[in-house]
Design a protein around this ligand. Structure first.
Ligand code: DAH
Length: 348
């Protein structure tokens, strides 16, 4: 072995010998980094030795190469371990310096929840979907045709009164829908029966607000169209819906009524939830609460949607979500639902 190779070997050995001691003395991260550069950097001692090695004979490279590479692996590993240890130690020291009081209360983590209107709306739609109804939606900005004409509400009908309907100032044919019933027409025109549709959504009425009326509220519309649908289907569907929503012993009463888009028409009352039928201020001493309007789809509505009335029959109903929410959750004033007062909302 030539003198230069001997010298190479000696330099490698001395590097190996001093490395351990230097590492042990490196007690902070910057010192470690310096060592890493000094040994393994681009101009580092070991890098230098490896470079020289590449100029030696094949035989020397075979004997000396593995020595240099082993040292390189060793040093890299030791530096890494040392770094980890220093990080661990400094963390431990930091933790020791912090004095922990485990008796302090935790920081509360606020959990959000659904608005009571959303909760009740989902409950209604949930029951209907178990009966095979699918959810449909229509636009809030409607045309006079869908909101009124196609529902057999003639131009002089009191429901169209300027007092009740918000029309768009520049577009007299556009309005904010006053009910979810126009979704019936949209669905009838877009799909062929059999149809079972639940349409929840916001509606608007130009009315003074008080404890039980808001200018904006929510309805859920139901529409069921098939062959030979009869009034008994409507009654049993609504009975199932309300006994699911309010309990199996809920009393129900159907009353004849009038809507232009149904014939016959009915309203559904439930036995007062607050007084159990005894008579109180909520049911105005009658023992009953009005829940919704319903009826058999009027032949004119089928006609408007392009159906032959003799083939198809159906029922429809529409109810206010706010009204049911107020009764179910014992909320005395509809305005509470729109004030977004956390103290109120957190109760549901
Ligand atoms: N659209 C009516 C309203 O807002 C409620 C209603 C009554 C809907 C009878 C219906 C129905 O589908 O058949 O007052």
């Amino acid at each position: 072995m030539a003198a230069s190779q001997k010298n190479w070997k000696a330099r490698l050995a001395s590097l190996e010998k001093t490395a351990a001691a230097s590492l042990a003395r490196a007690d902070v991260a910057p010192k470690l980094e310096k060592l890493q550069v000094r040994w393994l950097g681009r101009k580092g001692l070991l890098t230098q030795l490896l470079k020289e090695l590449s100029r030696m004979s094949l035989a020397d490279r075979r004997t000396l190469g593995p020595l240099a590479h082993r040292l390189k692996t060793d040093l890299t590993q030791q530096i890494e371990e040392r770094k980890k240890r220093l990080r661990r130690e400094s963390l431990q020291k930091k933790l020791q310096d912090i004095s922990l009081d485990s008796s302090l209360p935790g920081v509360p983590c606020a959990v959000g929840s659904l608005h009571p209107i959303t909760q009740v709306e989902r409950e209604i739609v949930g029951v209907l979907s178990r009966l095979g109804f699918s959810v449909a939606q229509g636009p809030i900005l409607e045309t006079d045709e869908y909101n009124f004409q196609a529902l057999n509400i003639p131009p002089d009908h009191p429901a169209r009164d300027l007092q009740d309907t918000f029309y768009l100032a520049d577009h007299p044919q556009l309005l904010l829908r006053t009910h979810t019933s126009p979704v019936q027409i949209r669905m009838l025109r877009a799909h062929r029966p059999p149809l079972r549709i639940a349409a929840p959504g916001r509606v608007f009425r130009h009315e003074a607000t008080d404890a039980s009326h808001g200018a904006v509220f929510h309805q859920v519309e139901g529409l069921y169209v098939d062959r030979r649908v009869c009034l008994a289907d409507l009654k049993s569907t609504l009975a199932y819906l309300f006994r699911e929503l309010l309990g199996p012993s809920t009393l129900l009463r159907f009353r004849p009524s009038y809507f232009p888009f149904t014939e016959p028409s009915a309203e559904l009352d439930v036995g007062c939830l607050l007084c159990g039928g005894q008579g109180c201020s909520v049911c105005k001493k009658s023992g009953w609460l009005e829940m919704l309007g319903a009826g058999m789809v009027h032949p004119k509505v089928f006609e408007q949607a392009g159906y032959s009335g003799s083939e198809w029959s159906g029922f429809a109903f529409g109810m206010s979500v706010e009204r049911l929410a107020m009764l179910k959750l014992r909320i005395p004033d509809i305005r509470l639902l729109y004030e977004n007062d956390m103290r109120f909302l957190e109760q549901f």
